[in-house]
Design a protein around this ligand. Sequence first.
Ligand code: ZN
Length: 692
Amino acid sequence: MQPKRASAPLLSAVLVAIFASIMLFSPAPSAAQNATEDAVDRSVKPGDDFYRYANKRWLAAVTVPAGQNAGQSVVQSYDTRAMLIEKTGQRVRDLIQEAAGSHSIKGSVSQKVGDYYASFMDENGIEAKGLTPLGDELARISAITNKSSLSAYLGTTLNGEIDGLTANADHIFGLWVNQGFEDANHNVVHLWQGGLGMPDRADYVDPSPKMAALRSQYQAHIAAILKLAGIPDVETRAARVMSLETAIAQAFAPEADAADVFKQNNPWKRTDFGAKARGMDWEAYFNSAGLAEQSDIIVWQPSAVIGVSALVESENTDVWKDYLRFHLIEHYAGVLPKTVAAEDFSFYGAILSGIHQTPDRNKLAIAATNAALGQAVGQLYTQRYFSPEAKARAQSMVADLIAAYRARIPNLAWMSPETRQKSLAKLAALEVLVGYPDTWIDYSTLDVVSGDAFGNMRRAETFLRSRNLAKLKQPVDPIEWSINPQIPGAVIMFSPNAEFFSAAILQPPYFDSQGDTASNYGSAGAGMAHEISHTFDELGNIYDAQGRLADWWTAQDRAAYHAAAAKVVAQFEGYCPFADLCVDGKRVLTENIADLAGLLVAHDAYVLSLKGKPDIEIDGLSGEQRFFLAFARRWRKVQPEAALRKQIATDTHSPGEYRSDTVRNVDAWYKAFGIAPGDKLFLKPEDRVRIW
Ligand SMILES: [Zn+2]
């Protein structure tokens, strides 16, 4: 039940998630979505403050309650993203509950979703079973007698719960099956470090009093869990488990290494393990992991594999067994009796996340159902909320965006001619998928049994693991979805070369499948074009058209890009929301350039969509005006001062108002609103940034 943690180096990782968020313990702030306040505010001149011209009425009307979580008295931020998470969360909850009440035919998607949820909700049934569902597994741990049987057991824990984005396997290693860093034709095993119960290596090694206190609390939690399992002498045992886990943490790669994906590309042969990482019985480990035939493995953090392997030899087997018992119980805390779930929450909810309100069982059940049966819930969601017609309309917008990129790339001044060719080849290979997969995951071999919450979770994990191992024998599928349709978000998979925009992010106000084209292109279109631009920028320039690691910019491209980018840095450093605080232009540079690329390309695409015909006028606004207003509305946000200050200090994205001001660099915006010298946002044509 440990909360999932994104890997630190999101931006250089193979996979980047945007917006995607499943919040287990922290509910999104809820605000009443007021009646549409989308009329422009004519008391503001668009050329003086375009953000408020577009958003002032909404900003004035939206009311955000104080934080609902105990301990949070400040007003929370609220924006379109929060609104979509809230709205979609309610829809998903209703769908899952309807499935639970529908008593559908055994084996159907609806039966699996409904019974998974209902079984998780059946706390009395769970209570009655006590810890007996763990009996077989605990017996297997007790049967460990030496290094070989320990290695064999550890192999059975290698599962598929990491995915290139979520880094914390709660077993000593995590398995991710994806194409190789240098071989785009074959799926290989990516082996990740894992096995810590606290989120970060620093939690174990940081000498500060705050972290020392956290460690004592964690150790007390280990003792409490072991005690619930009826194990004697828990204080001593917990101290030993803590010391083993600290040794594992010390073997973890430094966080700084994680920012460099080239350091993660360590191809090992199966035979290398015995020579490079002594201690583990690797034969036994890989046999029981189902990887006996696997000759090539990419070891992301060799130090962790070497360190853990040495610990298998040096550490007392009995300590390992307590470590395994603790993590086993912790892993299944959600489907075990209340005392276990409560102890789990007391550490992971209250201490680690600062949430004191008892978790809502219903929310946990929905999160668990989404985690186990993501695409099954996705089928129910899209059947109701995202039609094939909506998908087709989004696909046609994507086609226009790609055509706009194809026309723009040959004119990029900072790219050398050969880099432009490589960009065009990468664009041609790029897959942009919208809404939901054409082919859903086939859950027919996953048996979901009413009244068996533990068994359901376990079978779902086995299903995922088998699916992962089967992929090792299948060709790379560049369009395999890595985000569920019901999660409002998008994912860039640099390797292979694909981007996914979920059905839940393609809904109003970003995208209205029945609505105005100009607004769709200015909002969702600009957002999608922003993400596509990362394919060609300093995030994507280390992955080639097939998603292999390759630095394909020249030194000359890099120099020219940074020379052009200096203007963007200067422009954003001129934005100062407080007398003592301005935007840090370098921190937000990459995202600002992506915003500009996204806006320009979406505008080109909008023009393409008109096929030479003039757009209609709606509510006195031209198509061009609606396009730019929709863009400004993407960024509206109610944000208290503390949150805004924090964003400027830590986020690679500029505050919404300044993202909206990207329009200053686009000639068409001046024309659409008659912006003239003297207007506060006016930039002379030669001062507008022309990087894309
Ligand atoms: Zn971005």
